[in-house]
Write a new protein. Structure first.
Length: 75
């Protein structure tokens, strides 16, 4: 399953990559500034490739333009 793929990382990893606190990562998820997926009862997972430039700079606009939910955008 895609959720458990090797390129999927956890919120703590994202916080370290971005140099921010976990609460900031939660805010980014809420505002759909990053792509995050989970199953019921699971923690958020993030595709690591979204944190590499140039995608990192453009992803919020791409997500907004797609109009898909996070699973659709990941697909």
């Amino acid at each position: 399953m895609r959720l458990y793929a090797a390129d999927m990382i956890f919120a703590d990893d994202v916080a370290k990559l971005l140099g921010v606190k976990a609460v900031v990562v939660d805010d980014l998820v809420r505002k759909r500034r990053v792509l995050a997926v989970r199953l019921p009862g699971e923690t958020w997972r993030f595709p690591a490739w979204q944190f590499v430039e140039p995608l990192k700079s453009f992803l919020p606009a791409i997500l907004a333009g797609l109009g898909y939910g996070d699973w659709g955008a990941l697909a």
